[in-house]
Every structure is written in structure tokens, then in C-alpha cells.
Design a protein around this ligand. Structure first.
Ligand SMILES: Cc1ncc(COP(=O)(O)O)c(C=O)c1O
Length: 358
């Protein structure tokens, strides 16, 4: 029940890690095949979000991807960054760090665990350089209408950045329909992967205007020209690539994302709506205090309950065979496509039992 934090290992992801280790052991170096696997991982990610493989850059974390985006911003005429209070801290930290470059922060407020979409309307204006809004809130799974936010940003001449770490793999996503300029996600949550790899979508129409100063040799038109005096830019999102990509992570990431693509994000979402509703109703029936919205149409399956000591509750539940995800004042239960109604009921029973006892 910990998929909002780290999904479990699967036979496929374990086998993928072994394939890399075996290849390394057998061949010493199989560079072209390793690079191809990174390309296949980009392709799996692009399929999950309705993009093309050439629209995707690879990083080691969302923090790194966000930093590269920040470094490409021109803050000379527009200085305002509109940032949601629901951002995962690392994303907000990258924007805060831009204050040294003259950026001014403007926050879209979280109230009762959610953000009123109209919040953005009053904040976005002709001084706005970029609007940063997470798709799913890490605390409680609240989902923002990022199409609406991106449209407001575009109308004001600003760029839009979306952290979709908590939603990719839980629902169909179509970046073209959403109209966002950037979308980033890591791999270890609902994509069934591991730490150390993350992906960034860059809208192809804006790529040629962007020159990130956080860069490296894989961002070049031809990295293998080995020309250390030429800062030429790849014509695709690859200009955001950094150095040697995380290889074993790419093997595992591709296997995890392929699982989700094979199940189908629409099928995943249909099942998660049932499990999420079960969590909301079951929590209410057991007297648990929900954090955030009770409207399944506005959330992922991640369902958070307010507890007095979340880490103590997590430790006790873990010892009794259920792994939840503690975060601040809440315990999150985050089932995925492989979970059953019985898993959800068992987790709720245990959470109710443990909170009664503490
Ligand atoms: C929404 C969201 N963004 C970002 C992160 C972390 O990003 P990074 O890959 O930089 O550790 C997390 C959790 O780890 C998250 O839940």
C-alpha cells in the first residue's frame, strides 16, 4: 500500500536489472545496446504520456530535471514564478533557488488539502515566467486540473511545468491535450521502478528556444563528436540530457513502465477508482479522519488519514504485515493495479486498530 512512495519489486524489474549485470559481465561493455535501452525507456515513458520518444530527456531525479528547466528560463523581463503550495519540496526548492537570479515567488494556496483552480487566475499575469503545478499532491493524491492551469499560463505568455510523479502510471495522461510545456516524473512510485532515474517531457514547439545552463555532453547535437569547444544543441528534447545516463536504472525503468503500458493506464485508473472509493468509504465507516477531498474524480487512489504520530503508526503497521506510507501528519494508503479489495480492507482494519491503540 506504499506505491505513492516506492512500488514493490516485480519479477520483470528484477530480471531487467540482471540483464544489465549479465550484459556488463559477459561483454565488458555493450555501449550501443545500453544506449538503445535508454532509448527504449524514453519510448515507454513517452507512450505513457502521449508524447514521442524525441520529446523526452532523461535525468537521475525530478530535482535534476527541474533544475535543468529552471536554468533554461530567461528571467530578465519576466521574473514571477507561480508555484503551488502542493509541490513536493524538491520542486519548490529549485524555484526558490532562482530568487538569486531575480525570480519572485508567488504561491497558489493549499486549503483543506486541495487548491481552488481559481487561485491561479489571480496569480498568473504578464510578469509570470513559469507556472509550476504538481498533477497529483504527494500528501493525499489530490489531482489538479493542469490543462486549465497550462491554458491560463499560455494566455499570459508564461511557460507551464508539471510534476506528474504521483499520477503517471495511475491514469491516462496526454501531454498534447493538457497543453503543458514541461512534465517531469521519476520512476519508483506507480511506475514500478527504482530510484536514480527520471524523465522530462519538453513540448517540441518550444525546444529550440531553450538553452539550459545545467547541461552536459548528451545534450549536444552529436555527443560523440567529442568537441569540447562547441556548445551545439540537440534539436530535440535531448538537449536537456545531461551526462552518461543511469544505465541499470534505465533497464529497470523500462521493465516497470512496460508493465504499466501493457496493463493500460485506463484499466489501471478504472480499478484504482474502485479501490480509492473503498478507502474513502471504509475510512469513514471506521471513524478515520480523511485528509483532503473525498471526491474520487479529483484524486488518485492515494488516500491519506490524519494520525497523531505517522511514523510510529507506519512502524506498527509494517510489523503487522501492511506497508503504508507515513508523511508528516498523515498515513497514506496507496494501492495499485495489483492490489485487491481484501488488501484495502485489511489495511483499513489495521490502521483503525493501530490508531485506536495510540
Ligand atoms: C510529487 C513528487 N515529486 C518529486 C519527488 C522527489 O523527486 P526526486 O526524484 O528529485 O527525489 C517525489 C517523491 O519522492 C514526489 O512525490
Amino acid at each position: 500500500m506504499n506505491n505513492c512512495s516506492q512500488a514493490p519489486q516485480t519479477d520483470d524489474t528484477r530480471a531487467a536489472a540482471s540483464r544489465y549485470l549479465d550484459s556488463w559481465n559477459a561483454s565488458g561493455m555493450d555501449w550501443d545496446e545500453w544506449m538503445d535501452e535508454v532509448g527504449r525507456a524514453k519510448a515507454e515513458f513517452s507512450a505513457l504520456i502521449g508524447a514521442r520518444p524525441t520529446d523526452i530527456a532523461v535525468f537521475s531525479s525530478v530535482s535534476e530535471a527541474t533544475s535543468a528547466v529552471a536554468s533554461a528560463l530567461d528571467l530578465s523581463s519576466r521574473t514571477k514564478l507561480v508555484v503551488s503550495e502542493a509541490e513536493f519540496p524538491t520542486v519548490a526548492h529549485v524555484w526558490l533557488a532562482q530568487q538569486r537570479r531575480g525570480a519572485c515567488m508567488s504561491w497558489a494556496k493549499v486549503e483543506d488539502g486541495a487548491i481552488d483552480p481559481a487561485e491561479y487566475d489571480s496569480l498568473i499575469d504578464d510578469r509570470t515566467a513559469l507556472v509550476s503545478s504538481c498533477h497529483g499532491y504527494f500528501m493525499n493524491g489530490f489531482v489538479q486540473d493542469v490543462a486549465r492551469i497550462a491554458s491560463r499560463a499560455r494566455d499570459a505568455g508564461a511557460l507551464s511545468f508539471v510534476d506528474a510523479y504521483q499520477t503517471v502510471g495511475t491514469m491516462p495522461i496526454d501531454v498534447r491535450a493538457l497543453g503543458v510545456d514541461f512534465l517531469a516524473a521519476g520512476n519508483l512510485k506507480f511506475l514500478m521502478g527504482i530510484p536514480g532515474i527520471a524523465f522530462l517531457y519538453v513540448r517540441p514547439e518550444i525546444v529550440s528556444d531553450l538553452e539550459p545552463t545545467v547541461t552536459g555532453w548528451f545534450g549536444r547535437a552529436n555527443p560523440f563528436a567529442f568537441d569540447n569547444k562547441a556548445l551545439d544543441w540537440s534539436p530535440t528534447a535531448s538537449r536537456f540530457d545531461m551526462g552518461t545516463p543511469p544505465l541499470i536504472n534505465a533497464y529497470v525503468a523500462r521493465a516497470g513502465m512496460s508493465l504499466i503500458n501493457n496493463v493500460g493506464p485506463a484499466n489501471v485508473r478504472a480499478w484504482l477508482e474502485i479501490l480509492g472509493q473503498r478507502l474513502i468509504d471504509g475510512g469513514r465507516a471506521r471513524g478515520l479522519t480523511l485528509h483532503g477531498t473525498n471526491d474520487m474524480a479529483r484524486k488518485t487512489s492515494t488516500t491519506a488519514f490524519v494520525v497523531s504520530d505517522s511514523h510510529a503508526v507506519e512502524a506498527t503497521m509494517r510489523a503487522r504485515g501492511v506497508l503504508p506510507a507515513a508523511r508528516g501528519s498523515v498515513i497514506r494508503l496507496a494501492p495499485h493495479f495489483y492490489n485487491t479489495i481484501e488488501d484495502v480492507d485489511r489495511a483499513l482494519d489495521l490502521l483503525a486498530d493501530v490508531t485506536r491503540a495510540t
